[in-house]
Write a protein that binds this ligand. Structure first.
Ligand SMILES: Nc1nc2c(ncn2[C@@H]2O[C@H](COP(=O)(O)OP(=O)(O)OP(=O)(O)O)[C@@H](O)[C@H]2O)c(=O)[nH]1
Ligand SMILES: [Mg+2]
Length: 317
């Protein structure tokens, strides 16, 4: 178990077992992990975090593994997090398989972890953010986070990542679906993967037309690229586009803007979840809350008035 002042030197030291242990403690919201996180947080802020998102089955894991290859060829260490909102087996297991297939499982400069949401207290997003901090402090210059592009989790990645990579695949209606889902709005780089399949040019055309009026978020031309994650075609260009975006963030001051937004999101989400836990676990002890609920039942207060009076006591100076 690692806690206290020496956590960083041990994290960056020669023992390869330390990092997975710290990650597990942090992931599980273990008090020892949280104590370690308090120590190592000061040493974070150097990693470039890339979120990889998109609909199920478009090839996110395969593309991630292929990116890992290119990143290693460029001489950099890399950490990968596969975040699976539903199944503890599929996403991460596929990613693990790909990495093994590419013979990177024994590479000490590649760290891979998958996280499942099942049974998780406090939310997947906050656990993901915490693990990213550990990997950052451990000195990985690049951290790739794969998330399924469905619902809240798909857009959550925008508040966690420096670069958001939105992955699509060719196929009738895919582009339209992506535009409708709002997924493209969070994309800094857009990829049509499975470029070996028919319909790739149509998908590229559709996406380019969709972006022709400008990006909804900032005035930067969004690269829309094609990759074949299995052969690796286009993946070197994709890595170059990710690196370009990283440079752009620094040159324009956008990196600090994003980080401020990220810190705000993380802190406020933490406050909400702590308050939620407080009211769930201490519900029976909190006289003011019980009293307000009883008055709502007796029709003395409307639910809205009860909420106002409880919040007023909480926020009183
Ligand atoms: N032809 C072709 N198949 C691909 C390509 N990339 C991935 N695949 C295949 O597509 C299937 C899904 O790939 P995954 O990498 O698991 O896709 P994913 O987006 O991570 O899937 P989920 O995490 O389950 O949403 C697998 O059978 C891959 O072999 C590609 O570029 N071309
Ligand atoms: Mg996957």
């Amino acid at each position: 178990v690692v806690t206290g002042q020496d956590v960083l030197s041990r994290l960056r030291g020669a023992d390869p077992r330390v990092l997975p242990r710290v990650v597990t403690l942090v992931e599980n919201n273990d008090p020892r992990g949280l104590a370690a996180l308090d120590e190592l947080y000061r040493a974070t802020g150097r990693a470039h975090v890339v979120g990889i998102t998109g609909p199920p089955g478009v090839g996110k894991s395969t593309l991630t593994a292929s990116l890992v290859e290119r990143i290693r060829e460029s001489g950099r260490r890399v950490a990968v997090l596969a975040v699976d909102p539903s199944s503890p087996l599929t996403g991460g297991a596929v990613l693990g398989d790909r990495i093994r297939m590419m013979a990177r499982h024994a590479d000490p400069n590649v760290f891979v972890r998958s996280m499942a949401s099942r049974g998780r207290q406090g939310g997947l997003a906050s656990a993901t953010a915490a693990v990213v901090h550990v990997l950052d402090a451990a000195g990985f210059p690049l951290i790739l986070v794969e998330t399924a592009g469905t619902g809240q989790d798909g857009t959550d990645i925008a508040s966690l990542a420096d670069t958001v990579l939105v992955v699509q695949s060719p196929g009738l209606g895919d582009g339209v679906q992506a535009i409708k889902s709002g997924l493209l709005e969070v994309g800094d780089v857009v990829v049509v993967n499975k470029a070996d399949q028919p319909g790739t040019n149509d998908a590229l055309r559709l996406l380019r037309a969709g972006f022709a009026l400008g990006h909804p978020r900032d005035d930067r031309v969004i690269p829309i690229m094609a990759t074949d994650a299995i052969s690796g075609a286009g993946v070197a260009e994709l890595l170059a586009a990710i690196d370009d975006h990283s440079t752009w963030l620094d040159d324009t001051g956008n990196r600090s803007l994003r980080r401020e937004r990220r810190a705000r999101t993380e802190v406020l989400a933490g406050v909400r979840s702590a308050l939620d836990a407080h009211f769930t676990t201490r519900r029976n002890e909190s006289g003011a809350v019980q009293d307000a609920i009883a008055r709502v039942v007796r029709r003395e207060l409307s639910p809205h008035q009860a909420v106002d009076s409880i919040v007023a006591t909480l926020t009183a100076p």
